[in-house]
Design a protein. Structure first.
Length: 80
């Protein structure tokens, strides 16, 4: 007993889904903390600076952990 939504009901349902999804997306965006500098471009992205950081690590093989630089090679980390 499959019921087909009328054109108006389908449009309202689609609009409601889009509204809910966009509200959830905006709620999930990172919020900058007061008085702490931040990248304005990253504040508008769901994962913030993470994609840029991963690209940097893959490109340079350099990782900064706890204020110390570590170089990654062949799947192993060596302290520097």
């Amino acid at each position: 007993m499959g019921a087909v939504l009328s054109s108006a009901a389908g449009t309202l349902l689609a609009a409601a889904v889009v509204l809910v999804l966009s509200t959830l997306y905006k709620a999930a965006l990172p919020r900058p903390l007061a008085d702490i500098p931040y990248n304005r471009d990253a504040a508008g992205k769901l994962f913030g600076d993470v994609p840029e950081m991963i690209g940097y690590v893959l490109r340079t093989k350099r990782v900064f952990v706890g204020g110390r630089e570590k170089r990654r090679s062949a799947g192993r980390e060596s302290g520097g």
